[in-house]
Design a protein. Structure first.
Length: 273
């Protein structure tokens, strides 16, 4: 009994921590007194253990806007060729709705060799290049040609490796990047995670080098700011649609919409505290 109470106390402490719990702590909770690492039968250990599993196909099989919001707080994991793992919490996304969306690469429902991943099953990566240099990564959703752009991450693990990758992709002398500068934008995210065109059409539910796992302390609706997308000013009414979503108050977001946040506070959508 004393050991059981001690384990449950440790588990409670982990759950109350707002940061993502380290796996070694969970492994210690699962260990038996003689060092056997086989999982306990308790439902509490089963829940914690399951949370480290990758997100599966049913998670990605959502309408585009729903998926863009659901991504917030989830964890993107990238395993480098040398075995190091990079972890980042998704804090900003944009939804691109397919054929009707004038800002989408699949507008008009046109499928090409370049955008083929947008028409594949939900959870497929769509990676494209901008300015002939930088890459952006999207994830397909429900709906032909619909996908979610991953705009910004909060780095959690492997920050030194992220700095190495960002530095390798930048020309000339570079200053040491601060944590919040590593992944606060779609192309920065791809640089920091070593994502290039080779990742196009990969399946997040199956790939050995990139996947997602559930986040802890997922945001509520009051924590999410919905505002206009970035860099599509010439797309008429579509430039004004609130299809960008980010975590309010998170310093790793690429662009904060202070006016929208003030409006939401005035309407009581969230407090100003």
């Amino acid at each position: 009994m004393p050991r059981k109470r001690k384990l449950l106390a440790q588990l409670s402490a982990l759950q109350s921590n707002s940061s993502f719990p380290p796996f070694d702590a969970l492994e210690n909770l699962n260990a038996t007194p003689d060092g056997d690492s086989s999982p306990k039968s308790s439902k509490y250990f089963a829940i914690e253990k399951k949370s480290s599993s990758r997100l599966e196909a049913d998670f990605f099989n959502q309408p585009c806007i729903s998926l863009a919001k659901s991504f917030l707080g989830q964890i993107l994991v990238r395993k480098l060729p040398d075995g190091r793992e990079l972890w980042g919490r998704i804090v900003e996304t944009e939804a691109y709705l397919g054929g009707e969306d004038e800002a989408s690469h699949s507008k008009g429902g046109k499928q090409t060799q370049r955008n083929a991943a947008m028409f594949m099953k939900p959870g497929t990566l769509y990676v494209y290049q901008i300015y002939g240099i930088y890459f952006c990564v999207n994830v397909s959703s429900q709906g032909a040609g619909a996908a979610v752009l991953l705009r910004s991450l909060e780095p959690l693990q492997g920050l030194d490796a992220m700095r190495e990758l960002r530095s390798a992709s930048r020309k000339g002398p570079t200053k040491l990047l601060k944590d919040w500068q590593l992944c606060n934008g779609p192309s920065k995210l791809c640089q920091a995670f070593g994502i290039d065109k080779a990742f196009d059409q990969r399946d997040l539910t199956q790939d050995a080098a990139i996947w997602m796992v559930p986040g802890h302390d997922l945001p509520g609706e009051q924590d999410v700011v919905a505002t206009t997308r970035i860099g599509i000013g010439s797309r008429g009414e579509w430039a004004q649609k609130p299809l960008r979503f980010y975590l309010r108050g998170n310093r790793f977001v690429s662009v904060v919409d202070k006016k929208r946040e003030r409006d939401m506070a005035a309407m009581g959508d969230f407090s100003c505290s």
